[in-house]
Design a protein around this ligand. Structure first.
Ligand code: ADP
Ligand code: MG
Length: 241
């Protein structure tokens, strides 16, 4: 465990009417305590998970468009408006790690390709991350680049991964857990099941701790898989057919 607490300097915010301070979950945020090596952010689309994760990763020293600390790669303006208002409290400060968004992985792979250093692929399985499917190269990154004493910020890593690969990721996380820390924004009911993880739910009023079974992701998926037809009847009932 490295990162212990996320503190929001709400008193210093210029205006709660403006993005990103206006996001409901951010508005009421005071602090989040990370008591387990694995922390998940869950919540509806637009609830503010990526905004907060990006700010935390940025304050921790990782590039806002994803990638490790040594990569000055950026695919969008490097502006993280929430970052100046986030303070991180560390048990032990760590510089190794990674911030990765599934959505910017393609650009990250291209960035590695563009580096002049002949050893550029050494951390990624010795070949271009483009020489594989999205999911395969994502796994290669997890398997090769992930160092044990490190902190990893991942935004929807499941986007590239089949269910089986998501299980593989859980296994990699377990292997790294004794010495690594993960903060992951996810919609995956598979990833969320990781034993002993802390889950923070982002909703229209606050960010609150929850359990795997209490998440919408678990409940909706369970209901659906138990009886897809029942769900379709409800879902489609008011449509004229
Ligand atoms: N650059 C921006 N300017 C204004 N609003 C934004 C910007 N980026 C995101 N938002 C809004 O902030 C909210 C939170 O977005 P985001 O953190 O991406 O949510 P999540 O990751 O939980 O789906 C959303 O309502 C989104 O539309
Ligand atoms: Mg997001």
């Amino acid at each position: 465990m490295y990162l212990k607490k996320i503190i929001y300097k709400r008193d210093e915010v210029p205006s709660v009417e403006k993005y990103p301070f206006s996001i409901p979950a951010v508005r009421t945020l005071e602090e989040l305590e990370l008591n387990t090596p694995i922390t998940f952010f869950v919540g509806e689309n637009g609830a503010g998970k990526s905004t907060l994760l990006e700010a935390i990763a940025n304050v921790a020293g990782f590039n806002s468009a994803g990638g490790g600390r040594q990569h000055s790669f950026s695919i969008h303006a490097d502006e993280v408006p929430l970052a100046p208002f986030i303070r991180l409290s560390w048990t032990k400060k760590i510089y190794e790690g990674f911030f990765l968004r599934a959505e910017s992985f393609y650009q990250f792979a291209s960035f590695i390709d563009s580096i002049e250093d002949p050893r550029k692929y050494s951390r990624y399985g010795d070949k271009s991350l483009h020489e594989a499917s999205h999911g395969e190269s994502f796994m290669r990154l997890f398997q090769h680049a992930f160092n044990k004493k490190a902190i990893y910020f991942l935004d929807e890593p499941e986007a590239a991964l089949s269910p089986i690969r998501q299980l593989s990721l859980l296994r990699i996380m377990k292997e790294l857990e004794p010495t690594a820390q993960f903060v992951i924004a996810t919609h995956s009911p598979i990833l969320l099941g990781y034993p002993g993880a802390t889950i923070f739910n982002f909703d229209e009023t606050a960010i609150t701790p929850t359990t795997f079974e209490e998440t919408d992701h678990y409940q909706v998926t369970k209901l659906f898989l138990e009886n897809p037809n029942r769900m379709f009847r409800e879902l489609f009932q008011d449509l004229d057919t």
